[in-house]
Write a protein that binds this ligand. Structure first.
Ligand code: MTE
Ligand code: MO
Length: 377
């Protein structure tokens, strides 16, 4: 049984798939902690969790570098400057279930809690790349990561792989780190013990766990997860014609603007005329969220929510972590339909109509979030 050595986990997670384990926290947990408690952090695995001995652990850095080498956990910690980044990870499949409710998509179902926020500590990827003599100013290169978990996809190299462009990897402001700590503790096994990549502002899929290799290449990762997954197609692309689209559709990298209502949760009833505070989260791939709009009448009229933490929390104008928002209603008009949408500092927004962005893998659902609220009887 390849799943015999899975870590112990909380029992109150919403398990979307048991093996490999895929789970999101109860949605009310999301909004009650700005930094998600580690044991509530969503988990997205594609294989059994490896059991790695930290004393024997090494990853390799190779490919187009002058001095390829292996790096042990001890060496990683001792040799390079430690760097801490607060970063929200979000799976590209967050809110996939809303898409599959419209029309079936392929992939593990997720509600609106396939994201979590943590404080990660590690070393900057750019420091390691510089040390091995990578051509960091060559914008055509890619940095390919493989994990130590045994993912098997037909015709693909074993293991979970994913790459990012050198421009992101080499940028000290890009904050890509090889993390060994999460919220002040060693990484838990589910989150990549002993070392994982954190790629702030990118879809969660690029933050490779159980890091085994870093390869500098002239093309992006050959892995299934780069080439045959995490791509957005037109709604008309289906399983009969998708082969015409895979290679000419770029792999997802940065996140788009996303916002969702966490309180009330789906099908929670509210007494008509009572006082209630609607709340939720919003984020974008590194930009500041500047407005969250709320409608209580299905999108006919809008008001703005309070956003916090405000501007002061952005680190050197980088916003890798989510914003929280709330909107107080003195007399709640239930039954009604709440809608939310957000804007970032570039005035990038969210599409109103889910049907227009529906795609067969059900990724990047950032359509306006709707919650229908029945009146409490
Ligand atoms: N890395 C490895 N090695 N194996 C995986 O299955 N899943 C990816 C990414 N890194 C994955 C991985 C995906 S799709 C996401 S969304 C994030 O890890 C989830 O990170 P988490 O489980 O720590 O929340
Ligand atoms: Mo993901």
């Amino acid at each position: 049984d390849s799943y015999a050595r899975e870590p112990t986990r909380r029992h109150d997670m919403t398990v979307n798939a048991p093996q490999p384990y895929n789970a999101e926290p109860p949605v009310e947990i999301i909004r009650s902690h700005y930094v998600t408690p580690t044991d509530y952090f969503y988990v997205r695995n594609h294989a059994p969790v490896p059991d790695i001995n930290p004393h024997k652990y090494k990853f390799v850095v190779d490919g187009m570098v002058a001095k390829p080498r292996e790096v042990s956990l001890h060496e990683l910690k001792a040799k390079y400057t430690h760097h801490t980044v607060m970063c929200t990870l979000m799976c590209a499949g967050n809110r996939r279930t809303e898409m599959s409710n419209l029309k079936t998509v392929k992939g593990v179902g997720w509600g609106n809690a396939a994201l979590s926020n943590a404080i990660w500590k590690g070393v900057r990827l750019c420091d390691v790349l510089e040390d091995v003599g990578a051509e960091m100013d060559n914008p055509h290169l890619h940095v390919d990561f493989y994990g130590g978990d045994p993912c098997v996809e037909e015709n693909y190299k074993k293991g979970y792989g994913s790459s990012i462009p050198m421009s992101k990897a080499a940028d000290p402001q890009g904050d890509v780190i090889l993390a060994f700590e999460m919220n002040g503790e060693p990484l838990p096994r589910d989150h990549g013990f002993p070392v994982r990549v954190i790629v702030p502002g990118y879809i969660g899929a690029r933050s490779v766990k159980w890091l085994k290799s870093i390869t500098v290449k002239s093309d992006e990762s050959e892995s299934f997860f780069q080439r045959r997954d995490y791509k957005v197609f037109l709604p008309s692309v289906n399983w009969d014609n998708v082969n015409d689209w895979w290679d000419r559709t770029p792999s997802l990298a940065g996140l788009s603007v996303q916002a969702a209502i966490t309180n009330p949760k789906l099908s929670e009833a509210i007494a008509t005329g009572s006082s209630y505070t609607v709340s939720g989260y919003a984020l974008s791939g590194g930009n500041r969220i500047v407005r969250v709009d709320i409608s209580l009448d299905g999108g006919k009229s809008w008001q703005t929510a309070r956003i916090f933490p405000g501007e002061e929390k952005g680190h050197d104008n980088r916003y890798w972590a989510w914003a929280f928002w709330d909107f107080h209603v003195d007399q709640f008009p239930s039954p009604c339909e709440i809608v939310c949408k957000a804007l970032d500092i570039g005035n990038n927004g969210m599409p109103d109509d889910l049907a227009q962005i529906w795609n067969l893998r059900g990724v990047m659902n950032n359509s306006w979030h709707h919650v229908s609220v029945p009146a409490k009887s």
